[in-house]
Every structure is written in structure tokens, then in C-alpha cells.
Design a protein around this ligand. Structure first.
Ligand code: B12
Length: 446
């Protein structure tokens, strides 16, 4: 038996205004696998801690093997931990989406990087470590000598993967935070892995183009476990929850058959939701669906390789709204290749939909994406100085527009939707008065 500490180095920067907090599901999956193999596992989640306290706790744990999770926004913190934990444990491991797509960036500080899904890899890695065997022989493990070793092939049977070790998570903190911030306690469950689409901006490095489903019974068993901890809502973390209509219907039936009463939300695609499915979902407790629509201009949607149209977007949003679901949509403004006119199309389109939540962001050329390749070295000085950190509406690459223009577009989009929502019958007149002059301001801004 080996002692293992898994660190989720997620700390809120002073410029981070996001409110969403979810317990780290990935590390909890890895923990469950290790525990099932007989190891003593601790999970340290930085979400409600400051860096120094988290480090003190990590050092006090005195684990033999320490694994640190990394994603695009956590590069610095992941390396910060490695620097301080180096030499204080027997084996230092990095894993998660960013080390998966850019292992080289971690190999100078970590002994090894685990690429891809890590439940089985970590079990085999710890066994190899205990036996003093060659760590690089474990599928999915990368060492400095062979930085291009591929990820382990994806797990085929998702039902065979142990449920995440939720008892190791700071559930009460998340429950209290959720009740205080949004009036309910919510956690995530992932019922499928992967997405068969290939949007230019999406960093789907972990699950690639795979799409794998869990059985409805297995998903609802895990939901019951999560609810028993005191959560009253579930957020499906699937990339596209609604892809397979029959699967969605079967999950809804299973929830009803067990008489479970809880609310849930998910992310759908606009080409994969019809009114009947939306009604079934509503009846089974779905309160909100989010769509990544991204643009209100069909040519820009093609440029993004999004494989949807604005007509499909309108139809799906309307269907979900008619079925009684709250609808949220995400859009990107000033995507590389956009003009003022296409951005204005997006703002007008977003404002014309019956939305309850609108997310407007600038494009993030994330590592491991075709967009990052296209944008190339055009990252801004600010992005480089901050170590590739993303924060609310900060320009990350030279988009040919100023941050002020970008922020103005985002403000304008929200204002147009609010005018429509609040002014009822007066909205068309008010919108006309607001839209024209602000269109001009946007065009004038550099
Ligand atoms: C839920 C979610 C969030 C939540 C928070 C995460 C959480 N605590 O649950 C919220 C909504 C806050 C969020 C925010 C953001 N997110 Co997010 N998010 C997700 C999402 C949808 C699900 C995460 C999840 O639960 N996955 C399920 C588990 C099973 O997968 P996993 O975590 O990767 O874990 C596996 C492996 O990574 C590995 N592993 C995990 N932990 C460890 C630890 C060790 C030691 C090892 C060795 C291995 C290992 O094994 C696990 C099991 O196989 C993913 C998409 C996805 N498909 O995963 C995006 C994703 C992780 N997010 C992403 C991004 C970009 C963001 C944002 C930057 C978006 C934005 N523009 O604002 C912000 C950043 C927030 C911040 N300030 O840091 C990207 C990351 C890309 C990258 N290359 O790093 C992803 C992959 C989406 C995408 N396809 O582009 N996100």
C-alpha cells in the first residue's frame, strides 16, 4: 500500500469574477481507482484555500506519491506546487488536460506526466513504482526521455470505472457556497465522455473525438450517491448531454422510476434537441440547458467548424424555452476572421432569442486546439507575462481590436438582451433607439 496525495491547484485570482465552483471530478475519479487498488489516498482541493495553506497541507500529508492536476488556467499553480514538492516525495506526477496536450511543459518539474484518462494508468504507475520497475513502460506515462509517448487508449467500458471518490471532496464547503451564492447546492456528474465534433476552438484533448456512454442505471446510481451527500442539484458535465435522444429518454425514465426529486442542468447542441425531448427532460427535473451557439453568422459558424446553423440554433432555443426550460447560450465575439459586421450579427441574434442566461466572451486560443495553431504566435504581451492565464475579457492574442472594443461589444450584447427582456411591448422601439448609435460606436472604436 502506498500513500498518494492528489492536488487540484485551483485558486481564484483577484481578477476572476466567475461564480461557478464545482468539486473536481477528474481527481476524484483517479482517487477512486487508486483506493480500489488498496492505496491510501488524500485529495487536496485548493478551491476554498489560499496557496500557502494548501502547500502547508500538502507537505503535512507526507505522501509517497503526489499527483497534481493541470489545465489551461492552472499551469502556473501546477508548476508552483511541483517546485515546492520536489524532493519531498518519492514520485511527483502531473496529469489532466494541459499536461496531456503539452507534456513537455511539465517534465522539467515533474518525474512523469500521465497523458489522458488516468484511472488505470495511475494504478499501474504506482504498482510499477512500488516494484521499482520501469515507469515509462506503463501505457500513458511520459518521461523526459520520451516526451512524445502517446496517451493510453481510452477506456471502453465506462460502467466499469469506479464512481468518483466523493467522500474525499470538500462537499460541505461546496454546499454552503452554492446555497449562499445561488440558492442551491450543485455538483457535477459526467454521463458520457467525449464529443464526436471537432470545433476549431475546443480543447478536447482528453477524450479526443471519442463519444462513449454510460448506461442509464449506472448514471442514476451515481446521482443517488451525490444527492445522499446533501446536494440538491446536478450539473451534467458532459460535452453534449443531448446527443443521443434515446439515451436521454432512458435516463429521464430511470429518474422517474426511482421517484427521485432533484433539479438538473446540462449542455446540449442545437442540432440535437427537439421539443419532445425537451419536455421529457423538463418532466424529469431539468431546469436549465446551455447551448454553445458561438456566433449569429453562418459563415463564422463554418469558420469555427461548429457544424450548426443559426436556423438550428433558433429552433432549438425556442423548443427548449417552449418546453419550460431556462435556456443559456454562449457566444464568442471577435473570433479570428470576424469583422464588426459579423460581431453585430451575433449581438443582434443573441438578443433576439428567448434566453435566460447569455455568455459572451472573447476567443481563447487554448492549447491543443486548431485555433491556437491558426493564431500562432500572436499571443499578447499580457498573456505571456501572466503565464498564459485567462481572466475575464482580457485579450489573450492580437485580435486586431482593442480590449475596450471587445468589452464594449460584450456590454452591448448584454444590454440588448436586457432591453428586450425588461421592456416588453416597448422593447422594439427602445432597441431601435439603442442599437443604431451603439452599432456606430462599435464600428468607430479601434
Ligand atoms: C466542469 C468544467 C469546468 C468547471 C470547473 C471544473 C470542475 N471543478 O469541475 C468550470 C465551469 C468552473 C470550468 C471553467 C473553465 N474551464 Co472547464 N471544463 C469543465 C468540463 C466540462 C468537465 C470537467 C470534468 O469534470 N471532466 C471529467 C473528468 C473525468 O475529466 P478530467 O477532469 O479531465 O479528469 C481525467 C484526466 O484529466 C485525468 N486526471 C484528472 N485529475 C488528475 C490528477 C492527476 C494527478 C493525474 C495524473 C491525472 C488526472 O484523469 C481523469 C479521469 O480520466 C471540461 C470538459 C471535459 N470534457 O472534461 C472543461 C475543461 C476542463 N475546461 C476548460 C476550460 C478552458 C475552462 C475555462 C478556461 C473556460 C473559460 N473560458 O473560462 C474555465 C477556467 C476556470 C478557471 N478559472 O480556471 C478546458 C481545458 C482545456 C485545457 N487544455 O486545459 C476543458 C477541457 C473544456 C474544453 N474542451 O476546452 N470548467
Amino acid at each position: 500500500m502506498t500513500s498518494v496525495l492528489l492536488v487540484y491547484p485551483f485558486f481564484r485570482g483577484p481578477r476572476d469574477r466567475s461564480r461557478f465552483r464545482f468539486p473536481p471530478l477528474g481527481p476524484a475519479y483517479v482517487a477512486a481507482g487508486l483506493r480500489a487498488a488498496g492505496h491510501a489516498v488524500e485529495l487536496l482541493d485548493g478551491t476554498f484555500l489560499d496557496r500557502d495553506d494548501a502547500l502547508a497541507q500538502a507537505l503535512a500529508a507526507g505522501a509517497e506519491v503526489v499527483g497534481v492536476y493541470g489545465m489551461a488556467t492552472l499551469r502556473r499553480d501546477c508548476l508552483w506546487f511541483a517546485e515546492r514538492l520536489r524532493g519531498r516525495c518519492g514520485l511527483l506526477v502531473a496529469g489532466g488536460p494541459l499536461p496531456t496536450c503539452d507534456p513537455g511543459a511539465f517534465l522539467s518539474q515533474f518525474d512523469v506526466v500521465v497523458r489522458g484518462e488516468a484511472e488505470q494508468t495511475m494504478v499501474e504507475l504506482v504498482a510499477a513504482y512500488e516494484a521499482g520497475a520501469d515507469l515509462a513502460a506503463v501505457a500513458g506515462v511520459v518521461r523526459a526521455a520520451d516526451p512524445d509517448a502517446p496517451p493510453r487508449p481510452l477506456a471502453r467500458d465506462l460502467d466499469g470505472i469506479a464512481f468518483p471518490a466523493r467522500d474525499l471532496l470538500a462537499n460541505q464547503r461546496y454546499i454552503d457556497y452554492g446555497r449562499q451564492k445561488y440558492g442551491y447546492a450543485i455538483t457535477t456528474v459526467m454521463s458520457t465522455r467525449g464529443c464526436p465534433f471537432d470545433c476549431e476552438f475546443c480543447s478536447n484533448v482528453l477524450f479526443g473525438g471519442s463519444y462513449r456512454e454510460r448506461s442509464p442505471g449506472n448514471v442514476v446510481d451515481e446521482i443517488e450517491q451525490a444527492l445522499a451527500l446533501g446536494y440538491d442539484r446536478i450539473s451534467f458535465a458532459d460535452d453534449v448531454f443531448t446527443l443521443d435522444r434515446r439515451r436521454v429518454a432512458a435516463i429521464c425514465e430511470e429518474i422517474a422510476r426511482r421517484g427521485l426529486r432533484f433539479l438538473w442542468e446540462c449542455l446540449g447542441r442545437v442540432d440535437a434537441l427537439d421539443y419532445e425531448t425537451a419536455r421529457l427532460m423538463k418532466d424529469a427535473g431539468c431546469f436549465r440547458i446551455f447551448f454553445g451557439i458561438e456566433s449569429g453568422n453562418d459563415a463564422i459558424l463554418r469558420l469555427m467548424n461548429k457544424q450548426i446553423t443559426t436556423a438550428q440554433a433558433r429552433s432549438a432555443v425556442t423548443a427548449a424555452h417552449r418546453a419550460g426550460l431556462e435556456v443559456g447560450a454562449f457566444f464568442i465575439v471577435y473570433y479570428p476572421g470576424e469583422t464588426d459586421d459579423t460581431v453585430l450579427d451575433t449581438l443582434r441574434f443573441a438578443g433576439s432569442l428567448p434566453l435566460d442566461y447569455l455568455g459572451l466572451t472573447m476567443p481563447y486560443p487554448l492549447p491543443g486546439t486548431a485555433l491556437a495553431d491558426r493564431v500562432g504566435e500572436r499571443h499578447t504581451r499580457e498573456w505571456r507575462q501572466r503565464g498564459g492565464l485567462l481572466s475575464s475579457h482580457t485579450l489573450t492574442y492580437d485580435a486586431g481590436v482593442s480590449a475596450t472594443k471587445m468589452r464594449f461589444a460584450i456590454f452591448k450584447g448584454h444590454a440588448q438582451l436586457e432591453l428586450k427582456r425588461r421592456l416588453g411591448r416597448l422593447a422594439p422601439v427602445a432597441l431601435k433607439l439603442f442599437e443604431k448609435p451603439t452599432d456606430e460606436v462599435l464600428r468607430l472604436l479601434r
